[in-house]
Design a protein around this ligand. Structure first.
Ligand code: ZN
Length: 293
């Protein structure tokens, strides 16, 4: 009976013994008993096996979870990489190419912009391929001469703009008139078509998104064509920019109906405007009609 009692005590202590919660003295007592008691030894072995099994299961679960997690992470990584790759390809294919083109044109244009203190610009306006108007702009020595020729109406207006005065020589079928006006004039640099060019990368970036860029030519000069379609149905504008110079050579506004094209062409000559070009015509041929002095 005494032994049976010992077994009961030992078996009660076994869980704590396995968890190493028992004291040295208790351990010695348990171990001594176990060595002499097959029944209790078997119970201890079973308990230890059970615990090992549970630990193994837990470990397996953990491994499984980690594997699952790693797999998810890999999928996420692959997905992210794919998205980035697609974006990069799209960027290269679309705005990237445009940005490179715009940047190269900006660099070329800059050279001309710096020469704009002596420049001749001729603007030709066509309507259904008929030349309607020409504007000639001469810039030299802080002075401007504009020549407007309306071919249909047979009118020519030549305007001289000085810092303190402007003169308008009008030649029309009814006669020749001269209008003078005394005023402060802000002699601005010529309207080189530079609205394609931006000071900031952001500007260039958005610009690159707005236009489709193809290639063509104007009078044999290789050009990039910047095309933009506007919300108004069927309206489109094509701007032709010379590859070699970055200068706008032509703009075409294409309307809704076929053949409805307003064409404007630009010609440039840098550093060629002479004093002779800036000379006023013989005033005696003109009637002075207005003088605000
Ligand atoms: Zn026992």
């Amino acid at each position: 009976m005494k032994e049976k009692n010992d077994c009961k005590i030992v078996q009660d202590l076994l869980p704590n013994y396995i968890d190493k919660l028992t004291s040295k003295e208790t351990n010695a007592y348990i171990e001594e008993h176990i060595n002499g008691c097959k029944e209790c030894k078997k119970i201890l072995d079973d308990m230890q096996k059970d615990i090992q099994l549970q630990e193994k299961k837990l470990e397996k679960k953990k491994v499984k979870y980690i594997k699952k997690y790693n797999h998810k992470l890999r999928v996420l990584k692959t997905t992210l990489l794919s998205i980035i790759l697609v974006l990069v390809v799209l960027f290269i294919a679309f705005p990237g190419r445009n940005i490179v083109i715009i940047k190269s044109l900006e660099d070329k244009f800059e050279v001309y912009e710096q020469q704009s203190d002596n420049v001749y610009i001729k603007v030709l306006e066509y309507d259904d391929s008929n030349l309607q108007l020409t504007y000639e702009n001469y810039y030299k020595d802080n002075m401007i001469k504009y020549v407007l020729t309306n071919l249909e109406a047979d009118i020519k207006v030549t305007q001289y703009v000085y810092p303190n005065e402007s003169k308008e020589f009008i030649e029309e079928p009814e006669g020749k008139r001269l209008i003078t006006e005394s005023r402060e004039n802000n002699i601005e640099l010529p309207p080189l078509m530079n609205y394609f060019y931006n000071d900031s990368f952001i500007g260039t970036f958005f610009m690159s998104m707005d236009y489709k860029i193809t290639t063509s030519d104007v009078n044999g000069k290789d050009c990039y064509v910047f095309s933009r379609t506007y919300a108004k149905p069927g309206t489109k504008i094509d701007i032709y920019i010379e590859k070699d110079t970055g200068l706008v050579l032509q703009s075409a506004q294409i309307g809704q109906t076929e053949g409805d094209i307003a064409l404007t062409q630009y010609e440039y000559s840098f550093g060629t405007v002479t004093d002779e070009d800036m000379q006023e015509p013989d005033v005696t041929e003109f009637t002075l009609v207005e003088d605000n002095q």
